[in-house]
Design a protein around this ligand. Structure first.
Ligand code: TXA
Ligand code: FE2
Length: 594
């Protein structure tokens, strides 16, 4: 099969020929380069109208020269996401070409194409995919017929976050490569890879999501304050890429996947690829990033995915081929893969998103390695204890690494104790060793909620009550996934469990009421652990994010999430502030979230 692909979502007018039998890709591209500022949608669309016919012509001519008049079996085009005026130009060209050649038309999601090209070239079976492109940043895993969003930016795309700074200082678009050059030069002038000085910038990871808005503004402010540009570029890369590497590691840990592929324009950055390669090597995972011509926007990735879709019969009638500027990757029915290739999303996985691996006492696996910490149980007969050590990450700048591990260790100890005083069951903190980022904690519960989510209404409801109590005390958890909720008892039988993993709060015994399932909460008790990403805040938005993170982990884990989410929200509403639930609806409605 041979497919002609057309790309033109924003800046790159491109056509390509993919010959599936030979697995060869010919790409012709013509970039739009704004004189100043960022991408102007109208100018970009004009560029598409002018440049698309020429690149298509060049590829078509080459195809017919090589294979004769019936060279093309299908035409594939980027249907979205992207700038509306650009997408419409490309859509029109693709429809006309498919009609003239009398071949099927395939509508490709640009984000899925960024990831599939890496999977295709690597030959990996079930990778987690990190997309680092201009307008987007997310982690995806194929599961049950869809690409699931495991984590994503809460605001700007990664390239745009960097380009915002370069626009501020007057550099032309695209800024990413210039930041890379300036950062490399700064490092070379300051003693190699890791100069001691690292400008402090915001580092924001919330559960599996992350935010770049604060870092762009802080970089701009640093420039206004006279910090040298090279120093800012270096720090910008170290912070932004460490955030991506951290969430990628969490996604690997959550799913138990052992393969990571990278895609998107920012993936051309050597430092980002180096960090991800180091992270993967340290946890025994395989890493793959395709060569640069497949990373930046290009029609090759559109043609390759187009061929997979066409082979699966996934073509589109001209009348139904409208473009979609907001086309999300998780909206795409994945017709070209089979279920055997799914990554485990949720409970079936062995790993964890953060330090929450909790071997049972006496577990032969003395040390288990989460994404962030190594956790060992001391099987003391009287009272089992957990020793949790946040281990250094080689991929991070040493200064950033030290401060992250120290800050989270301190936050976890302090907030767990404060939460406990406010009435939320958490482990007692026996010892804090800040220098070694190590905590000694009480062993709580029997197992984590992720392992028993189905039918766990009573536990979920209890979790809702605890989060409401926590928020009422002005604290957010920051990472309240089902793996960071420890449970005891049996929600379906009302048994109180073995009692081995005792837990409680300083106001224990106050919630013996019966919930909607007829079970007493004393029979389905929960404790919150892992406060490392927590902080003090009274902002409704931050509280709503906690609920969003929890509900996201329930959706990813449960067979029938709706009833559980209702129970969770009922528990929250019984104790907490209803405006937080209203804000949650608003957060979900913003489109970035499901
Ligand atoms: C929707 C679609 O139009 C959009 N495409 C897009 O943003 O172009 P892409 O080629 O995937 O990525 C471009 C971004 O990639 C950045 N970039 C290119 N080379 C870079 C480098 N060496 N280091 C850092 N960023 C780089 C650019 O600054 C720019 O922000 C997307 O995929 O989000
Ligand atoms: Fe892109």
């Amino acid at each position: 099969m041979r497919v002609l692909g057309i790309e033109g979502t924003a800046w790159c007018a491109s056509a390509a020929l993919y010959d599936a039998e030979a697995d060869s890709v010919l790409i012709e591209s013509n970039p739009y380069e704004p004189d100043s500022g960022g991408i102007h949608p109208r100018e970009a669309a004009e560029h598409m109208s002018e440049a698309i016919p020429a690149v298509v012509d060049a590829v078509l001519t080459a195809a017919e020269d090589g294979y004769g008049p019936d060279a093309i079996d299908a035409v594939a085009f980027s249907r979205g996401p992207g700038l509306g005026p650009c997408l419409r130009t490309v859509g029109t060209a693709a429809r006309a070409l498919a009609g003239a050649l009398d071949v099927p038309l395939v509508g490709v999601n640009h984000m899925v194409a960024h990831l599939e090209i890496g999977r295709h070239r690597s030959g990996f079976d079930s990778p987690v995919c990190l997309n680092a492109s201009g307008a987007n940043a997310h982690l995806l895993g194929y599961h049950d017929g869809r690409y699931r969003v495991l984590g994503e930016t809460m605001d700007a795309g990664v390239g745009n976050a960097i380009d915002k700074f370069t626009r501020h200082i007057g550099w032309s678009h695209p800024g990413g490569p210039k930041v890379e050059a300036a950062a490399t030069e700064f490092a070379a002038d300051h003693g190699g890879d890791a100069p001691d000085d690292l400008l402090d910038l915001p580092y924001v990871v919330k559960g599996m999501d992350f935010s770049f808005s604060g870092i762009s503004s802080a970089a701009n402010d640093a420039h206004n304050d006279g910090v040298p540009v090279g120093e800012i570029c270096f720090a910008l890369q170290e912070h932004v890429f460490a955030m991506l590497a951290e969430v990628a590691e969490r996604a690997l840990s959550l799913t138990g996947a052992t393969e990571l592929v990278l895609g998107g324009g920012v993936a051309q950055n050597d430092r980002l690829r180096e960090m991800l390669a180091t992270m993967c090597a340290d946890r025994g995972a395989d890493f793959y990033a395709p060569e640069p011509r497949f990373l930046r926007d290009n029609a090759g990735m559109i043609a390759v995915l187009g061929a997979k879709m066409a082979r699966a019969g996934d073509t589109v009638a001209i009348a139904e081929s409208a473009v979609d500027p907001n086309f999300r990757p998780d909206q795409v029915p994945v017709t070209w893969r089979n279920d055997a290739e799914s990554v485990a999303v949720g409970a079936r996985s062995a790993g964890t998103e953060s330090g929450a691996v909790r071997p049972e006492p006496g577990d032969p696996a003395a040390d288990l390695r989460g994404a962030e910490a190594v956790v060992a149980v001391e099987p003391d007969a009287e009272e089992p204890r957990v020793i949790k050590r946040r281990i250094p990450k080689r991929y991070r700048h040493p200064k950033l690494d030290r401060s992250i591990r120290r800050d989270r260790t301190v936050a976890e100890a302090r907030l767990a104790s404060e939460a406990r005083r406010a009435g939320v069951p958490t482990p007692l903190v026996y010892d804090v060793d800040v220098a070694n980022s190590t905590l000694t904690l009480q062993y709580v519960g029997d197992r984590d909620l992720a392992t028993a989510i189905d039918g766990g209404e009573a536990w979920v409801r209890s979790t809702g009550r605890h989060l409401a109590t926590l928020h009422d005390a002005g604290i957010v958890h920051g990472d309240p996934t089902t793996r960071n909720v420890r449970i005891a008892g049996d929600a379906s039988s009302g048994e109180t469990g073995s009692g081995r993993g005792e837990f409680g709060s300083d106001r224990d015994g106050s919630e013996a009421e019966r919930d909607g399932t007829g079970l007493s909460e004393a029979a389905a008790r929960t404790a919150l652990i892992d406060f490392g990403l927590g902080y003090h805040t009274g902002h409704v938005e931050d509280h709503a994010m906690d609920l969003h993170v929890f509900e996201g982990s329930v959706r990813a884990t449960a067979t029938d999430p709706d009833a559980l989410i209702d129970a969770f929200e009922a528990g929250y509403a019984a104790v907490g502030d209803r405006t937080v639930l209203d804000r949650l609806r608003e957060v979900e409605g913003r489109g970035r979230y499901r």
